[in-house]
Design a protein around this ligand. Structure first.
Ligand code: MTE
Ligand code: MO
Length: 324
């Protein structure tokens, strides 16, 4: 799993990724599914040289994307690591065993029901979700276990989905639920967690432009082990908030229960913002290991996982030590 040289892994990642995109441009990877075709269209912008007039706009867009936190120039974690080092307890508690346990997980058909305190409750089929304008977002993911990755997601802002159902003025939180189907998610036959896995956000966190529903990574359809076919990604919070394989979204008035808070309330709060100054009861959160970098290297963990500029205002006046 670990790579010995940062340099070579960086180069390999970037080249693999760029090659893959070149490939897609040539149409060679154009698959048969609507999902793949849509990703292909969304991700393959005309090359800059061919639209000279637009090249300045393209640069400006990239810069604003970086300042919005929508992308980062940090080295991408390799697709091998992203897809073979996973937390997805429905399949396995062994990070290196999730990929095999989840292989063959059937995600078609798939529906996400969105309801609760909304004017227009409705159920979205996967095909409908893939019609939202997909964007690429390169986010850091910081697991509470002190490892991190840099992942190029494709997805769309959760806010776009919520706008369609029109939350009422009573809605203050959003609750999320993973599929419960022990036949398809074999570890749900064990009591390792309370099933289904549930998560929640305050409505303003859910509406924040950094919060996305991801349907792909590295320009490909989301692999089962990463939460296919649709999962939440909230980059300034510990990884467990980014709930996988979502089937239900409910707008509610009160703070909803969350799986890790149910499991160990003294260790995991509702907010779960990445915070190097608030230790986990059993370990410090000051440092992290970037997967793919040399085994003994570590880096400082940043407040809000480095997204403070974008999200700190959401927590003004809150005591982040109490509301962990
Ligand atoms: N349904 C569900 N979602 C989940 C988990 C899980 O076990 N079940 N694990 C969480 C944790 S702890 C992390 S760190 C991230 C990992 O996402 P990744 O495997 O795509 O990197 O998924 C989160 N979402
Ligand atoms: Mo995690």
């Amino acid at each position: 799993m670990q790579k010995n040289s940062i340099k070579s892994s960086e180069i390999t990642d970037k080249q693999t990724y760029l090659n893959r995109r070149q490939f897609m441009r040539a149409g060679a990877l154009l698959g048969t599914t609507a999902a793949t075709a849509l990703l292909y269209r969304k991700l393959n912008q005309p090359p800059v040289e061919k639209v000279k007039g637009e090249s300045l706009a393209a640069v400006a867009k990239t810069e604003s994307a970086a300042s919005n936190g929508f992308t980062t120039n940090e080295a991408l974690t390799s697709i091998e690591d992203i897809t073979n080092y996973n937390n997805f307890y429905e399949f396995s508690t062994d990070k290196q065993g999730v990929a095999i346990a989840a292989a063959g997980f059937v995600t078609k058909p798939w529906e996400v029901s969105v309801g609760g305190l909304v004017n227009k409750p409705r159920t979205f089929g996967l095909e409908e979700l893939l019609k939202f304008p997909l964007e690429e977002r390169v986010y850091r993911l910081r697991c509470v276990e002190r490892w991190s990755m840099v992942i190029p997601w494709t997805g769309f802002p959760l806010a776009s989905l919520l706008a369609k159902v029109e939350p009422t003025s009573q809605a203050r939180y959003v609750a999320f639920e993973t599929l419960f189907d022990p036949k398809r998610m074999p570890n749900q036959s064990t009591g390792v967690l309370d099933w289904p896995y549930v998560e929640g956000l305050r409505l303003d966190e859910a509406m924040h432009p950094l919060t996305i529903l991801a349907t792909g990574l590295y320009g490909e359809v989301l692999p089962p082990q990463d939460g296919a076919p649709v999962r939440l990604v909230v980059p300034w919070k510990y990884g467990y908030k980014s709930i996988k394989s979502v089937v239900k979204i409910t707008l509610v008035a009160d703070e909803p229960p969350t799986t890790w808070n149910i499991q160990a309330p003294n260790e995991y709060g509702f907010y779960s913002n990445v915070n190097p100054h608030v230790s986990h009861p059993r370990w410090s959160q000051e440092q992290e290991h970037r997967i793919g970098e040399s085994t003994f290297s570590s880096r400082d963990t940043l407040l809000f996982n480095g997204y403070a500029e974008q999200v700190a205002h959401l927590y003004e006046g809150m005591d982040l030590r109490k509301e962990y």
